[in-house]
Design a protein around this ligand. Structure first.
Ligand SMILES: Nc1ncnc2c1ncn2[C@@H]1O[C@H](COP(=O)(O)OP(=O)(O)OP(=O)(O)O)[C@@H](O)[C@H]1O
Ligand SMILES: [Mg+2]
Length: 351
């Protein structure tokens, strides 16, 4: 049974529609990420599930309990939904110790002192925070504060935890370590988590499934591999990776393939549903799929090198071709002038 089921949720601020019919399920032990550009409605959806915003249509079920039903006028308040919440800002209480931050919610629920002691100690240990129990938030690093916020959510043993950009306050390196650690924690504790992020790398790494939101609607959902390798639309393709994009005219479509032509280039690729012969189209290929080639050949194009960047494990080369810019990885520096680039047909999507 799904731990969380959202059906056809609509939510409006004033007369501004924000969620326009969103449905999703979250199964036991699953991590689902809500991904999407700024303003697409991710936080709003999470807050609606938490009971902090009131939708005007649709329903929300946690386990087998209906917590919101627009048609029936059902709306169970946030504190009775028994969810673990971790917000974008950790919002720790500055004048309480780590222990008291984690214990606070249990005290409000009138749980006995002995049980609070046991549960808080266990939550702190699970998050490797035991030795920091007596400290105050300002005496902790960003990563430690983030763990306290998580401990505070987990201490209730909630069936579902909701995380809004849980790693956004951490710097890049710490973030990468924290996402591995968080994923491991969720999986080993068999938690079910709905996690908001606008970072596609984080969503790919953290999730069992990704829901991509576009302006209040689900653009596409699937496993990380499906979202990355089988995008249905230009929006999904563009959002899920680092891409090269060429605008041109589609001149042939058939048998799942399409030919697209621009100034000084013509390329075959996989035809997506939106590609129509005789119309303008967009060709897209992931940066890691385009290759430097020694000379002319099938599905190759010639472009002039603008500059190169050393990335540590590889080089990233920037080219221009007419008005378009192209980027490709390589394992060595390149000389000035024109170079051949191979665009494998199966890796080029034509929209
Ligand atoms: N309380 C509010 N009143 C009116 N409009 C709001 C309110 N909260 C959010 N909005 C609007 O709703 C839309 C969705 O906001 P939301 O916070 O859900 O976006 P988000 O996807 O979480 O973006 P981000 O990645 O920037 O956090 C935005 O256009 C925002 O301006
Ligand atoms: Mg947000």
């Amino acid at each position: 049974m799904a731990e969380l089921t959202v059906t056809d949720l609509h939510l409006t601020y004033g007369d501004n529609p924000i969620l326009k019919g969103v449905s999703l399920t979250l199964d036991r032990g699953e991590v689902v990420s809500l991904l999407g550009p700024s303003g697409s409605g991710k936080t709003t959806l999470l807050r609606a599930v938490a009971g902090l915003e009131v939708p005007h249509q649709g329903s929300i079920r946690i386990g087998d309990k209906v917590v919101f039903d627009g048609a029936a006028g059902n709306d169970i308040p946030a504190e009775k939904r028994n969810l673990g919440l971790v917000f974008q800002s950790y919002a720790l209480w500055p004048h309480k110790t780590v222990f008291d931050n984690v214990a606070y919610g249990l005290k409000l629920r009138k749980i006995s002192g002995a049980e609070i002691q046991t549960r808080v100690t266990k939550a702190l240990e699970q998050l490797s925070l035991g030795h920091l129990a007596a400290r105050f938030p300002h005496q902790l690093s960003g990563g430690q504060q983030q763990r306290v916020a998580l401990a505070r959510a987990l201490v209730y043993n909630p069936p579902v935890i909701l995380l809004d950009e849980p790693l956004s306050n951490l710097d890049a390196k710490l973030r990468e370590e924290a996402r591995a650690w968080l994923r491991e924690l969720i999986v080993t504790m068999q938690l079910s988590a709905l996690c908001v992020t606008h970072d596609q790398g984080e969503a790919l790494a953290m999730s069992d499934r990704i829901l991509l939101l576009n302006n209040g609607r689900i653009e596409q959902q699937g496993t990380p591999e499906q979202m990355y390798s089988e995008p249905g639309t230009l929006f999904t393709a563009d959002f899920m990776g680092s891409n090269n994009r060429l605008n041109g005219r589609v001149t042939e479509v058939g048998g799942g393939h399409a030919l697209i032509e621009g100034e000084g280039w013509r390329l075959w690729g996989a035809a997506k549903a939106s590609a129509k012969a005789g119309q303008d189209g967009t060709a897209m290929i992931r940066l890691e799929r385009i290759r430097l080639a020694a000379g002319p050949g099938d599905n190759r194009l010639q472009a002039a090198l603008t500059t190169s960047m050393y990335l540590g494990d590889k080089w990233e080369h920037l080219f221009h071709l007419g008005g378009a810019r192209l980027r490709a990885y390589g394992d060595r520096p390149l000389g000035r002038g024109n170079h051949w680039l191979e665009v494998p047909r199966e890796a080029l999507w034509i929209f």
